[in-house]
Write a protein that binds this ligand. Structure first.
Ligand code: C5P
Length: 416
């Protein structure tokens, strides 16, 4: 796993309470550490009934804190300052999983173990992920305690529905690590340089139906668009993802609008563009669509000999329509387009920047095997009127996305 810029070098205190879901916190500790965080774990006595401190020490490389009164034998802060010291250094305090008992203690400000004392002594953002049996989660006492915490500004991750260890089914399961990581990113990024901005990103290749079974599409995977949506979320933006890449999982916090065809994408993009601050058109919109969609599956017997003639008609150019709309409304304030070229990259990209009325164009040479379609890496040119042409050497699509989001922040500033 590669490091995550937003998480790298952050001090995260991970407090683990006693639930059968405690073992899942190990994976979270490991993924946070791999992402570059310094993870310090506090375990309650109940958590240690399920799992040992050594497990967390092994994945984080940091001492684990288990006592309020007794010094840890494995290094770490001395007892009398651990509860204050841990919180003081922390960028984020997360309680995963959080039991009904710990939630009740927090709601009432109790402080009878290292975890609860640390929470009271800490001023950084607090995230909790409740995990318990369904009846405990829906009990009026737990509901009221969670409401108190939410009103106090605590970020609460809703548990998922499903089967419990008890065999019962209900709401109370701890979400899996990618979901937890997504929420942690949301909270860490909330004051980023795109806070308060609404960013709309399109992604994926559109699907143009021929009949109820078949469609014409292209090789766009949607990965670059999804990375841009994640990078914008990491920078604190409100993000809408208009996607025809239905196989990908949307980043936590993004509003997902799924579309299939270029015409659906056109309608949705124009609607959001009336008030969005930023539009990033990363989707590979089909230039043509079949002029007729057969109502029934086209049969082999309908073909003439060995050929089947399909007539295609031109799709609207969405960016040109956004350009016209923007001239009247002033929105979106910043428009970003993509160019996938197999020849004359720079010349074609420059003319596209101008013709489509873009503030920023990301151009990639799709003839390379390590960049462009399907792969996780990209090598792009960034073209803008204010900075000219800037080349980004081969890097992950997430790193490209971060560079794009940084440029967007500058362009937004200039548009003020
Ligand atoms: O003209 P070309 O398809 O190369 O331009 C690519 C850029 O234009 C991308 O940002 C793509 O999302 C957008 N586009 C569009 N409407 C189309 C085709 C492409 O907005 N019909």
């Amino acid at each position: 796993m590669e490091t995550i810029t937003l998480i790298e070098h952050k001090h995260i205190v991970l407090a683990v309470t006693g639930s059968i879901a405690s073992y899942k916190a190990v994976d979270l500790a490991s993924k946070l550490t791999q992402a570059g965080a310094i993870v310090e774990v506090i375990m309650t006595d109940s958590a240690q009934q399920f799992i040992t401190p050594l497990t967390f020490e092994s994945v984080t490389g940091q001492p684990v804190y288990t006592h309020l009164w007794k010094a840890e034998s494995n290094g770490g802060l001395p007892t009398h300052i651990a509860h204050v010291g841990l919180g003081e250094q922390a960028d984020l305090l997360v309680i995963v999983p959080a039991t009904a008992n710990t939630i009740a203690k927090l709601a009432h400000g109790l402080a009878d173990d290292l975890l609860t004392v640390t929470v009271l002594a800490t001023r950084c953002p607090l995230l909790i992920a409740p995990a318990m049996d369904g009846a405990m989660y829906t009990h009026p006492a737990t509901r009221a305690n969670l409401q108190t915490l939410i009103e106090r500004g605590v970020y609460v991750i809703e548990p998922e529905e499903g089967r419990f260890a008890s065999g019962l089914v209900g709401k109370g399961r701890l979400p899996d690590t990618p979901v937890l990581m997504g929420h942690i990113r949301r909270l860490l990024g909330q004051r980023g340089h795109l806070a308060g901005q609404h960013v709309v990103v399109t992604a994926g290749g559109t699907r143009e139906p021929l009949d109820p079974v078949r469609y014409i599409s292209n090789r766009s995977s949607g990965k670059q668009g999804y990375s841009i949506a994640q990078a914008a979320l990491d920078a604190g933006a409100t993000v809408t993802l208009i996607s025809s890449a239905q196989h990908l999982v949307a980043p936590i916090g993004a509003e997902l609008v799924t579309v299939n065809t270029a015409l659906e994408m056109e309608r949705t993009v124009l609607e959001y563009s009336t008030y969005a601050d930023v539009l990033v058109m990363a989707a590979a919109v089909a230039d043509f669509r079949p002029s007729n969609i057969a109502e029934q599956k086209i049969k082999k017997t309908e073909t003439q000999g060995d050929t089947l003639m399909v007539e295609l008609v031109r799709n609207p150019d969405i960016l040109l329509e956004v350009k016209a709309q923007r001239q009247e409304t002033g929105f979106p304030r910043v428009v970003v387009g993509f160019a996938a070229e197999s020849e004359n990259l720079l010349v074609n990209a420059k003319s596209k920047l101008d013709r489509k009325g873009l503030d920023l164009l990301i151009a990639n040479d799709i003839s390379a095997s390590d960049a462009g379609f399907e792969v996780d890496t990209n090598r792009v040119l960034l073209l803008s009127l204010d900075e000219g042409v800037k080349q980004l050497e081969l890097r992950s699509k997430m790193q490209v996305a971060e560079a794009v989001v940084e440029r967007i922040a500058v362009l937004l500033e200039q548009s003020n």
